[in-house]
Every structure is written in structure tokens, then in C-alpha cells.
Design a protein around this ligand. Structure first.
Ligand SMILES: NC(=O)c1ccc[n+]([C@@H]2O[C@H](COP(=O)([O-])OP(=O)(O)OC[C@H]3O[C@@H](n4cnc5c(N)ncnc54)[C@H](O)[C@@H]3O)[C@@H](O)[C@H]2O)c1
Length: 327
């Protein structure tokens, strides 16, 4: 922890007093300074991109934001003139810079961001939940990339985003939600949260176990582990005509899979990145306001920001859902 210069907002930006920040796996990679972090981050950099705070200053030309307003952050900063954004492809826009990675983030007392990236917190959502909206948005984007109402869904990987996806599927009326997870702590969390079945793929034949719960297969698979064996399971377990939505990032660039099974079952495989700008944020507001989405059980730890060393080691142990830092 160190001192950094604060700055005033430029035109189009707002300044926030940070209230809560939650920790993402990316922050842990940076904290551990692994090869990805060392090749991507140019220090000095204030890290942290899942933030909730109150607006304290507003730059010239900003409309629709007020001093004192509680906001949370979208971490993908896209040039407003980017043709990708203008074609509705802001989530994959080529001008994207990431908060806390490419520009200074919010594990700090204050943060300056473009006003469009400061999203008003839906009424009734407390700051600690609001700080997780960026990660929740990954789950909402993945779940809502196809239908789930009345359908059987398999979620591979029940880290925080997989657990969020479980709650979103439940709120949207999925008839059966099956999860796979190798961590006993996270399996227990998912069971307490009401999953229809939670399978340990490291000790059982996961395909058999899925087919026992969903004879014939599942309608949708949400891949949220990044593990190659989960993709293999997804292809075998999905119904003809089903969909596989891939959010998990694999540490290997090349993974071998049965492409003929994808072809002959007529499966749709789609990549999911970030959140749709700004449709996913509107969907999240709808989920909280009208469908009683409750993700509070996924916050397993809250601690003062000064205990960031402890927070990072708890996250590294895997014995956590979401960890929120209080500022
Ligand atoms: N595409 C995007 O925009 C985007 C954004 C954020 C995160 N991600 C990726 O999404 C994934 C989920 O994010 P997270 O924050 O929940 O990550 P996480 O690492 O906390 O969760 C992944 C979970 O998968 C579990 N797992 C590992 N191998 C497994 C297997 N074979 N079968 C089932 N589960 C297995 C792990 O135990 C872990 O709990 C990660 O791969 C992350 O890198 C992608």
C-alpha cells in the first residue's frame, strides 16, 4: 500500500469516494505478479475494478449523474467514438481499456472514471452487493445469452461467477440447475444455495452423474471454470440443439474437443466476454427490482481494506465466495 496522487475529473468524467470494493481473480493474479500480470501491467498502477462509491465531483459536460449519488463501476472503458460500440458491440470493442489494469482503478479512497462507466445502483441494493455488479454482469451476460426459463442448465465451475449464474438462473425460472466444482468449500456453498445437484468431477464420472439428474442431457451449459475437461463434459452433456456459453478462460490456448459431436448435435457454442454495454446493466436492474435476485449468500467475507494481505490469501486458498473490502 502506498500514497498516490488524486486528480480532478476531466470533461465527461466523475470522481467517486470509494465505499466498497470486491476482489476479482484478476486482482489476485496482479497481487501475485504472475507471468500474465508481469507482461500486461505497466506499474505504477492502482488496481481494483469492482467498485461502489459516491460521486463527489462531476466533470464538465456530464449529464444524468449527481453529487452524492451511489454508483458502481463498469470496468471496460470504451472510446465513445469506437465503431464497435456504435454497432452494439461495446463488450468486444477494440478500444477497450480495463479499470485497474490499463488505467488506475479503485482499491483506493477515490477514483476518477468516465461518467458512463459509473452506473447508478438499483434502489435497495446495498454497497457491498453493488461493488460486485461487474462480476455479476459476467454471469448475467452468460445466462441471458440464451433462454433458461423452464430449462435444465449445467454450470461448470462454481467460483463466484458460477455461483452468481446459479442465482440468476433461479431468478429466471430454470427448472433444474446442476453444478460441477472441484472445491469442497464451493460445492458446499452451492448446495446451501439450493442447486438441484452439485457434482465433483474429480472423484466421479461427471457425465453419468449429470445424466442421472437430467436423463437425455441438459438444455444449456454455462462454462465458468476454464478447465478443458469441463468443455469436454459440456459437449457430451448438452442436448441436441442446445447451447454452450463459454465464459471461463483457459490457461491453455489450444484445447482438443470432439467437434463432430458439436456438428451432429447442432449445438451452438458461443464466447462471452464482459457485459453488453449497456443492456446487461439494464437486465441486472430488472433482476434486482422485479425478480428479487438475491446474491448476498455469495459474499463470504467482508473486511477493512487495510487487511488486503489477509483478503488475498483467503481468496488464494479457494475457501471463499466473494470477498468485499470496506473503505
Ligand atoms: N470472459 C470474461 O469476460 C471473463 C470475465 C471474468 C472472469 N472470466 C473467467 O470466468 C471464470 C470464472 O470466474 P471466477 O471469478 O468465478 O473464477 P474462479 O477461478 O474463482 O472460479 C472457477 C472455478 O472453477 C473450478 N474448477 C476448476 N476446474 C474445474 C473442473 N474441471 N470442473 C468444474 N469446476 C472446476 C475452480 O475450483 C473454481 O472454483 C474464470 O475462468 C475467469 O478467468 C471470464
Amino acid at each position: 500500500m502506498t500514497e498516490a496522487e488524486e486528480r480532478d475529473p476531466r470533461p465527461g468524467e466523475v470522481k467517486l469516494k470509494v465505499e466498497r470494493a470486491s476482489i476479482c481473480g484478476t486482482d489476485l493474479h496482479i497481487f501475485q505478479w504472475d507471468p500474465w500480470a508481469a507482461s500486461r501491467i505497466v506499474p505504477p498502477r492502482v488496481i481494483g475494478h469492482e467498485i461502489c462509491g459516491r460521486i463527489t465531483q462531476i466533470g464538465a459536460g456530464v449529464t444524468g449523474r449527481e453529487i452524492g449519488q451511489l454508483v458502481c463501476t463498469e470496468s471496460h472503458i470504451v472510446d465513445p467514438e469506437d465503431p464497435d460500440l456504435q454497432q452494439g458491440l461495446g463488450h468486444v470493442a477494440r478500444s477497450t481499456r480495463i479499470l485497474g489494469v490499463d488505467v488506475d482503478g479503485g482499491f483506493a479512497e477515490s477514483l476518477v472514471i468516465p461518467a458512463t462507466n459509473a452506473r447508478p445502483v438499483p434502489p435497495g441494493v446495498p454497497p457491498e452487493i453493488a461493488s460486485m455488479m461487474d462480476a455479476l454482469g459476467n454471469a448475467v451476460h452468460t445466462v441471458m445469452a440464451g433462454p433458461v426459463g423452464g430449462l435444465t442448465v449445467l454450470i461448470t465451475g462454481l467460483g463466484p461467477i458460477g455461483l452468481f449464474a446459479m442465482k440468476v438462473c433461479e431468478a429466471l425460472g430454470a427448472s433444474c440447475i446442476i453444478g460441477t466444482e472441484v472445491s469442497p468449500y464451493r460445492r458446499a456453498l452451492a448446495e446451501r444455495m439450493g442447486a438441484s445437484a452439485v457434482i465433483d468431477p474429480s472423484s466421479t464420472d461427471a457425465l453419468c452423474a449429470v445424466l442421472k439428474v437430467a436423463p437425455g442431457g441438459v438444455d444449456a451449459v454455462l462454462e465458468m471454470s476454464g478447465h478443458p475437461s469441463a468443455l469436454e463434459l459440456a459437449i457430451s452433456a448438452v442436448n441436441p440443439g442446445g447451447r454452450i456459453s463459454l465464459l471461463g478462460v483457459s490457461s491453455q490456448n489450444r484445447v482438443e474437443v470432439e467437434t463432430n459431436e458439436i456438428v451432429f448435435k447442432g449445438v451452438t457454442v458461443q464466447g462471452i466476454v464482459g457485459r453488453r454495454l449497456w443492456e446487461t446493466w439494464e437486465q441486472m436492474e430488472h433482476l434486482f427490482t422485479h425478480l428479487n435476485l438475491d446474491v448476498s449468500s455469495i459474499v463470504t467475507h467482508s473486511m477493512p481494506f487495510t487487511e488486503f494481505n489477509e483478503a488475498m490469501s483467503v481468496l488464494a486458498s479457494g475457501e471463499a465466495g466473494k470477498i468485499v473490502l470496506e473503505f
